[in-house]
Unconditional design. Structure first.
Length: 578
């Protein structure tokens, strides 16, 4: 289990000034990575000094902490300071210089970043000079393009433990890239003309913080786009560092895997039903049936005829909302209008005897205004999966929110940056193979990169494209098959939500020579990762383990156990575990 120290008293002071406290997002980062954790105040941690790995994300900077943490590491534990040294310079073997707001990372030959390809654009970091004998990895580049010698990760070893610094403010980086800045005006267009987002329509991509020049790449000589999921690669880096620290203190670490049954990645298809053409809907339903996948239909008002709704529901697809706030269509950005359109869709389904829940929304043209306003609307109306974060131009498709994992957004400082009761599921691309939207090589590259980070490859297909875009039917079938052949399983947005919520109830960790799994609900197909030397126990103790095999996850050799666990606690003895 991970122990997380953060200083809520300092956070209260920041919130009282209306400042965001990004450290409050750390529990979500750990939960999404499948790591069981316990959160501590500095005072409570001092009193207990729990064994294992302690992450420091907030601390009173007092000289006494150096002696305490040094003794903690020397007694067989590990400390990981993130985003700052918090006055622990001596323990960490890292001399703090100053803070910076933004930069990029070059990893050189560091094995920590083997196979990772993104620019590692970050927001917030501390520059340090490592002391003699402290290992260091990576180097930061400043916004002016100047490379520095300041490391990204340092590790100081002790006789039985270790102290490490991850100098990047990971929580701030995750939140700012995933959520962007509030949209109040058109964003700055791409200098090369591939991303003209200054089109007079406020959209999700007007608030992004990634860089047009440093954070994009291209496929087969095409236009550059956001080809690398850099938030997800930061997560992989973090997981690798945790495993290295676990090895340094000779302990066994466990975490839950992203998906059930050892699935490596998920495919998801949504549809925006612009034009509401029954003919186009029937063409798309045929392609879905041929491909053997179910999808999420985001329906724009005035909606479909009854026979289309009945067929969509009968064939197992999800019905969702496509909220229209385009002024050119006579609408506006307004919660009352959002509710009216949602109620209209619910009424149409009720009239034909369908009581399917409407739990997913994607905005027409990915409209967006403000910061978390839309998420609040979703919370108040029962929408649990929001899909409006994505690009609208040729050059800003892909991972412009930095991730292909559905993530929980953070509320504003006025609400103490609470975690919101909704997931944001980014939309990666529209209508392959439409050349000015997404070519087939680009779509396959997005599938590949989603698999690299074990995420969700989410493609939007308009039913109208099956009438208007040459070759779209064949390309659709080909893309679905390509992903299936690469281990993807295709889910609806509601299925994504249901699994993510179930997984959120489960914690897995090693304590007292036992793998302990605490489940808020029964969970079939739960996948747990343990050290490569873990041995599946025989007999009654191992009855819950349905299968076990060696895998490479995050670039690390591990054991993958698939289990069916009941609600409550399951304990499995581990030979040789600590």
């Amino acid at each position: 289990m991970i122990h997380l120290i953060w200083n809520e008293r300092q956070a209260d002071e920041q919130w009282s000034r209306g400042e965001d406290v990004y450290a409050s997002y750390w529990p979500e980062i750990l939960k999404q990575a499948g790591m069981a954790y316990r959160r501590w105040s500095p005072e409570a941690w001092l009193e207990s000094r729990p064994q294992g790995i302690t992450i420091v994300a907030g601390l009173d900077q007092e000289e006494a902490w150096n002696d305490v943490m040094r003794a903690y590491c020397e007694s067989g534990n590990a400390v990981l300071a993130i985003g700052d040294t918090y006055g622990l310079d001596d323990v960490l073997g890292a001399d703090r210089q100053r803070s910076i707001e933004e930069g990029w990372i070059g990893w050189g030959e560091s094995s920590l970043a083997d196979g990772l390809r993104s620019s590692f654009h970050f927001f917030g970091a501390t520059l340090v000079n490592p002391a003699e004998g402290t290992a260091s990895y990576g180097a930061m580049t400043l916004p002016d393009g100047n490379d520095t010698a300041h490391p990204v990760v340092t590790v100081k070893t002790y006789s039985r433990g270790a102290a490490s610094l991850l100098a990047i403010d990971l929580a701030r980086t995750f939140c700012l890239i995933q959520q962007g800045v509030p949209v109040v005006k058109d964003g700055e267009p791409a200098p090369d003309g591939t991303g003209g987002i200054d089109d007079g329509v406020l959209k999700a991509d007007d608030g992004i913080l990634l860089n047009w020049e440093r954070d994009r790449g291209a496929v087969d000589g095409g236009a550059p786009f956001y080809i690398d999921p850099l938030v997800d690669e930061f997560r992989i880096l973090f997981v690798r560092l945790i495993h290295r620290l676990t090895e340094a203190i000779s302990r066994t670490f466990a975490q839950t895997w992203f998906w059930p049954e050892g699935i490596e990645a998920i495919g998801h298809i949504s549809h925006d039903t612009d034009g509401s053409s029954p003919e186009a809907a029937e063409l798309l339903l045929g392609a879905l049936a041929e491909s053997g996948v179910r999808s999420s239909w985001c329906v724009i008002m005035p909606g479909y005829p009854e026979r289309i709704y009945r067929r969509i529901a009968a064939e197992g697809h999800e019905l969702a909302l496509h909220y229209n706030a385009l002024e050119s269509d006579g609408f506006r950005w307004d919660e009352t209008l959002f509710r009216e359109q949602l109620d209209m869709l619910k009424g149409q389904l009720s009239a034909i005897g369908e009581s399917l829940p409407i739990r997913t929304n994607k905005n027409h043209y990915l409209r967006w205004e403000g910061g978390a306003d839309l998420y609040h609307w979703c919370e108040r109306t029962g929408i649990v999966m929001e899909q409006s974060k994505g690009g609208t131009k040729q050059g800003n498709k892909g991972f412009l929110m930095g991730t292909c994992h559905p993530y929980v957004p953070m509320a504003e400082a006025g609400e103490r940056n609470r975690l919101m009761s909704v997931y944001s599921n980014p939309t990666l691309a529209w209508d392959p193979p439409a050349p000015l939207r997404c070519t087939m090589p680009e779509a396959k590259a997005l599938v590949d990169r989603s698999k690299d980070v074990y995420g969700v490859a989410h493609f939007l297909y308009h039913p109208a494209s099956f009438l208007l875009v040459k070759g779209v039917h064949a390309a659709f079938v080909e893309l679905v098959k390509y992903a299936k052949d690469n281990g993807f399983v295709w889910w609806t947005a509601l299925e994504l939500y249901e699994w993510l919520e179930l997984r959120r109830t489960v914690d897995a960790y090693v304590e007292d020579d036992c793998l302990r799994i605490v489940a808020g609900r029964a969970c079939s197909g739960l996948t747990v990762l343990l050290g490569a030397d873990a041995v599946v126990p025989a007999g009654e103790a191992g009855a819950a383990v349905r299968s076990a095999c060696a895998v490479i996850r995050y670039g690390i050799p591990l054991q993958q156990w698939i289990l069916d666990v009941p609600q409550g606690e399951t304990r499995i003895s581990l030979r040789g575990a600590i």
